[in-house]
Write a protein that binds this ligand. Sequence first.
Ligand SMILES: *[C@@H]1O[C@H](CO)[C@@H](O)[C@H](O)[C@H]1NC(C)=O
Ligand SMILES: *[C@@H]1O[C@H](CO)[C@@H](O)[C@H](O)[C@H]1NC(C)=O
Ligand SMILES: *[C@@H]1O[C@H](CO)[C@@H](O)[C@H](O)[C@H]1NC(C)=O
Ligand SMILES: *[C@@H]1O[C@H](CO)[C@@H](O)[C@H](O)[C@H]1NC(C)=O
Length: 224
Amino acid sequence: MALIFIAVLLLFFLSEAYDLHKDTILPWCDFSSNYTIPSPFKANLDNLLSSLPDAAANSNNLFFNNSVGTAPAVAYGLAQCRTDMSAYDCGICLYRSALKAFSQCLMYRSATILSDKCTLRYSDSCFFSQISLNFITVQNFNNVSNPTLFIQPLRKLMSEVLSKAPRRVTKFASTSFNDSIIGDIYGMAGCTRDLTDAGCSTCLNQALPICWKLVIQKVAECFL
Ligand SMILES: *[C@@H]1O[C@H](CO)[C@@H](O)[C@H](O)[C@H]1NC(C)=O
Ligand SMILES: *[C@@H]1O[C@H](CO)[C@@H](O)[C@H](O)[C@H]1NC(C)=O
Ligand SMILES: *[C@@H]1O[C@H](CO)[C@@H](O)[C@H](O)[C@H]1NC(C)=O
Ligand SMILES: *[C@@H]1O[C@H](CO)[C@@H](O)[C@H](O)[C@H]1NC(C)=O
């Protein structure tokens, strides 16, 4: 089952105030299977979640994956932050995500906790290096005034980040243009770092058509 990756599209427009520091954390619990308390799986999960944030924050790439325990109670998890974050902010973001998992996804064996700055994911089955097609989208209903003029610079922007992100160790790319008609436009895309270059590329290219649905919005985020 578990597959993982994120694609994020983030579009700004001129001086539109969009607060990057406003960190919305979205818990995505998989309600299909649960555990009991106490249980070996719960003990392994607690162990995993208490160590992942520090391990990721202190790693070179702000990424860490791990598995704790033995079959049939293994807890698999990964944690990563955007590479422009400090280790300190990364740790804070991931601890907040772990707390969110404890409070919102308690009793469920798999969850993905997404925010603009970090990702935390765990499951009772191994999902490392697999592509996920589950998706969550977030959008801002502040529409662009002229979608026709918007679409060309947007395509150029996203094609650039989609070609760059998979080839990088960080699996992340961002860019911006100053378009003569619509003004400044910003974009970014990323995958979790357990994916291969090809996996990340496949994933982002499958994500894009889903994310295009948000094109009339000035700010669109698409987490997959
Ligand atoms: C937990 O799983 C058991 C067995 O599948 C099921 O009977 C029970 O309803 C589940 N509880 C919740 C809260 O989902
Ligand atoms: C981390 O993920 C890689 C695949 O991306 C896998 O080969 C490795 O075993 C994982 N590490 C742990 C500790 O599970
Ligand atoms: C933006 O466009 C959508 C789709 O046409 C519409 O439902 C929504 O009300 C619009 N929002 C604003 C703020 O105009
Ligand atoms: C983009 O171009 C416009 C007009 O040419 C200018 O007013 C604006 O300051 C530029 N923005 C940036 C970030 O350079």
